[in-house]
Ligand binder design. Structure first.
Ligand code: 3BY
Ligand code: FES
Ligand code: FE
Length: 411
């Protein structure tokens, strides 16, 4: 049986409340199908508009087999292009980030304007029509400081994401931030294991001593039941909303993205060992109260985020192979905050550097054990792992819907 029919059958008959069958976590063909159905077709978080502070600033990213460049144009619009020259296909931008008046291919110097148009092509003859050889565009949207792209020819509608998430982001002024630090770690585990681990705090108490000083392990904070029944959370929302900060739990109908502002433990302001702010200059003057907790934003399959009063942390999940995933973390502070004066970089980054490393080890041990021929799907905790079940439900529905609509198109 071909791989598509196999995956479809396994997902349709999967045992709910249990982890997936082994090949979903380790098999390269299943991985390729994940990439085709999800990463090559849906909206992906890439980075922040503050990383492209002026015209010509760009960064590059590799999504599976696609190299992409994201660049700010002369008109200030942020655009994304396939980073593959229209001459003989070389990568045009080779650095992780940079700034350039035009994008020049290093091979034979075909030169592209920042809007992708081919401006010069040496020795191609007078009758060469440059208009047919611009860089191929990739769908690109940005709002609230976040840049998303979609590699598909026809992108799904992005408006629902913008409509739901933008009001939560706007008060935090993340376009006026800067990246104080970023790290990329490679976790030797399937991208779905990275997400499953992120979607529960069942493992927190035993594994995250630093994070547990400030982040509550209560399932109402991390899970998907909304948290409204928890009086502390409901009180937190009321206080924050009265100060103009949208806070309630919201989730898209298909479960792909959600937002909620959650309280931290006791009087904690930030993810530091003391719980005190790590940055003296707050992110936004529109946030007029303290103890706003953490604004959580999730968008499958690429990002989870924590937006606090003094800084924000974004996470980007990019699969490299069936058994390797790159997780990029960025710490954002106000653009005028000065390192060594307004914040100490080690203090700012300590808790999540440790937490990320602890999660990396967890994911790697999980992958190790799943490779065993003795592995079989195991049951999730109803109390603590509702978020994991929700992630798998989204994954399963998403795959089944797309596999079935592809099948329908072929028949
Ligand atoms: O980053 C997070 O939000 C999740 C929540 C619980 C565990 N993990 C740290
Ligand atoms: Fe880019 Fe030749 S491949 S100029
Ligand atoms: Fe964790």
């Amino acid at each position: 049986m071909d791989i598509r029919s196999n995956v479809l059958r396994q997902l349709k008959t999967r045992r709910e409340g249990f982890s997936l069958e082994q090949p979903f976590y380790i098999d390269e063909d299943y991985f390729k199908l994940d990439m085709e159905m999800i990463y090559y077709r849906d909206w992906l978080f890439m980075g922040h508009d503050c990383e492209l502070p002026k015209a010509g600033a760009y960064f590059t990213v590799q999504i599976g087999e696609y190299p992409v460049v994201i660049v700010r144009g002369r008109d200030n619009v942020i655009r994304a292009f396939h980073n593959s020259c229209r001459h003989r296909g070389s990568r045009v931008c080779t650095k992780e980030h940079g700034s350039s008046v035009r994008l020049v291919c290093p091979y034979h110097q075909w030169t592209y304007d920042l809007d992708g148009k081919l401006a010069f092509a040496r020795h191609m003859g007078d009758d060469f029509d440059k208009t047919g050889y611009g860089l191929k565009p990739v769908h690109c949207e940005s709002f609230g400081g976040y840049i998303f792209i979609c590699l598909a020819q026809n992108a799904p509608d992005f408006q629902p994401v913008r409509d739901m998430v933008a009001p939560y982001m706007v008060p935090h002024h993340l376009s006026d931030a800067k990246v104080a630090f970023q790290s990329t770690i490679i976790e030797k585990g399937n991208w779905k294991l990275v997400w499953e681990n992120n979607r529960e705090c069942y493992h927190c108490a035993a594994n995250h001593p630093e994070l547990c000083r400030t982040y509550p392990e209560a399932p109402s904070v991390t899970g998907t039941d909304g948290g409204a029944d928890d009086p502390e959370i409901a009180g937190h929302w009321a206080r924050c909303e009265a100060a103009g900060l949208p806070s309630k739990f919201q989730i898209s109908p298909d479960g792909q993205f959600r937002t909620a502002r959650m309280p931290l433990i006791e009087d904690a302001e930030s993810y530091t060992m003391s719980g005190k702010s790590a940055v003296k200059r707050s992110l936004s003057d529109d946030v007029t109260i303290d103890r706003i907790g953490t604004m959580l934003l999730f968008h499958y399959p690429t990002t989870w985020n924590h937006i606090l009063g003094d800084h924000a942390i974004s996470f980007r999940v990019l699969p490299l192979s069936a058994n390797e995933t790159a997780v990029t973390t960025k710490w954002l502070v106000h653009k005028d905050a000065v390192e060594g004066v307004d914040y100490d970089l080690a203090e700012l980054t300590h808790v999540w550097t440790e937490t990320n490393d602890q999660d990396r080890r967890i994911v790697e041990e999980n992958a190790f054990g799943i490779h065993s021929p003795a592995y079989e799907p195991g049951p999730y905790s109803m109390l603590h792992e509702g978020g994991v079940m929700q992630f798998l439900e989204w994954y399963s529905n998403f795959m089944v819907n797309r596999l079935q609509s592809d099948q329908a198109k072929l028949s």
